[in-house]
Design a protein around this ligand. Structure first.
Ligand code: EPZ
Length: 421
């Protein structure tokens, strides 16, 4: 297995280009199953999860021509509606094919996604919503078997909790349903907004895009036709590099980024003493003179994102004072704490809150990545740790960060990918 060898202490400088958003590209790829016409996706991030979902399309009978950032897809000849365990177990977001397969073909089988390091991650809200649209759903042998022989019908759906994936599955299912679907307490993350805009670009009437209430007029079973879709910039990748600049007390510029999607992260970094120059599609961060502690509570968009919690914790580790970080979305998203403490951090957990006492120095050590965002937090801490840090199990990183070590190296970090012997 690969690992990253990082020698701490380098300042960062220069500019990098942010890739397309993994969490926008995944539902967009799933939504191509709603079409029987060829279409092109651009600005795809070059990460494992994208390749995994494109592979699933081909296993279902779709045709995919994919180079690093562009995919030409044609799902006119889908032969199977079974998303098998070996794919879904690699990436839980494969559950996003449930809605489009069911609404277009009237039946499908999708392996239950495993949980993952950060929590149990149930899909009960997805299934309850699809049942209210007329699906019969059975869970057997580790698979969700869904059927709607006469197609799905519109329904009024009130989500008990805001769910990004649940909203996305229902939006896609509603697009070809018979009648009107009204979703209340919908997610409104930028990635959900782009999916809604993609569906609308096929001529579907969607009201409330960007709000917590969506109304969708289905096509009554008629497949959709999409224009070329360019994936939005990845706000979490961008936030991760802003944290890299903050923790190394550096000034860098991010190009091809949407600052409007990063307001919570920028606001919190400003409260820690950083400052920003924001242009149309670029952000330049200037470091704090003294990094101040921060209090964070993770919550749905536009609040502070759970996917930035680990990265901010790494920055808080060397702030001057005590930070409090409360994780409200996932029940086990503090796996990075023990690894950060191995580098010399002073973090204490009490339930869903972490108290982070700032320390002046971190010391390089061998650490282990446990999930995607925890991995990036360990890399950030290693950038300022004295000596060498080896971050292992970086297959987690490769799922969601496009060439992290290449981009950090281009900014001056001493980071090398090595092979375990
Ligand atoms: C998406 O996951 C993202 N993944 C996650 O990013 C992100 O952390 C999460 O949204 C929250 O913003 C993708 O978009 C591929 P949810 P998702 O359904 O859709 C509970 C990353 O690092 N819930 O909004 O799975 C659930 O347990 C990943 O890129 C139910 O109880 O998240 C969680 O506590 C990690 N029942 C909360 O809702 C359900 O049926 C939010 O989950 C569904 C969800």
């Amino acid at each position: 297995m690969d690992y990253l060898e990082i020698v701490g202490g380098s300042k960062l400088k220069g500019a990098i280009t942010i890739s397309g958003a993994k969490n926008a590209a995944l539902p967009i790829i799933a939504a191509t199953l709603l079409s029987d016409k060829p279409l092109t996706l651009t600005n795809l991030p070059n990460v494992v999860d994208i390749r995994t979902l494109l592979k699933l399309l081909t296993m279902l009978g779709g045709s995919v021509e994919h180079n690093e950032t562009i995919a030409n897809i044609n799902n006119s000849d889908i032969q199977s509606t079974k998303a098998v365990y070996e794919i879904v177990s690699q990436m839980r977001a494969s559950i996003l094919v449930l809605g489009p397969l069911l609404t277009r073909f009237g039946e499908c089988e999708v392996s239950l996604p495993g949980g993952c390091a950060i929590g149990q991650r149930p899909i009960d809200l997805h299934l309850k919503a699809l049942e209210s649209m007329g699906a019969t759903i059975e869970i057997k042998g580790g698979y969700v078997r869904a059927e709607a022989k006469d197609g799905l019908h519109g329904a009024k759906i009130i989500f008990d909790k805001i769910t990004v994936g649940g909203t996305e599955n229902v939006v896609m299912a509603a697009a070809m349903a018979h009648g009107t679907t009204n979703i209340i307490n919908a997610a409104k993350e930028p990635e959900v907004v782009q999916l809604c805009e993609m569906i609308a670009s096929a001529g579907i009437e969607i009201e409330g895009i960007g709000t917590n209430e969506l109304t969708i007029e289905g096509t009554c079973g008629k497949p959709l036709e999409f224009p070329t879709i360019e994936v939005i910039p990845d706000r979490i990748e961008a936030g991760t590099y802003l944290c890299a600049a903050a923790i190394t007390s550096s000034s860098i510029t991010l190009n091809k980024v949407n600052a409007g999607h990063l307001r919570a992260s920028i606001d919190k970094l400003e409260s820690m003493g950083c400052s920003f120059d924001i242009e149309d599609e670029s952000i330049t961060i200037h470091p704090a003179i003294t990094l101040k502690p921060v209090d964070l509570i993770t919550i749905e968009y536009p609040g502070f994102p759970t996917d930035m919690q680990a990265q901010f914790m790494a920055v808080a580790v060397i702030a001057e004072g005590e930070s409090l970080i409360e994780e409200r979305l996932f029940e086990n998203r503090f796996m990075h704490v023990s690894e950060l403490n191995r580098l010399g951090a002073d973090i204490w957990l009490k339930g869903s809150t972490a108290a982070v006492k700032g320390v002046s120095t971190l010391y390089g050590a061998d650490v282990m990545a446990t999930d995607l965002r925890a991995s990036s937090a360990l890399v950030l801490a290693a950038l300022v740790a004295e000596g060498t840090t080896n971050v292992r199990r970086i297959y987690h990183l490769d799922r969601g960060y496009d060439d992290l070590e290449g981009k950090l190296s281009s900014l001056g970090a001493q980071i090398t990918r090595k092979k375990e012997v």
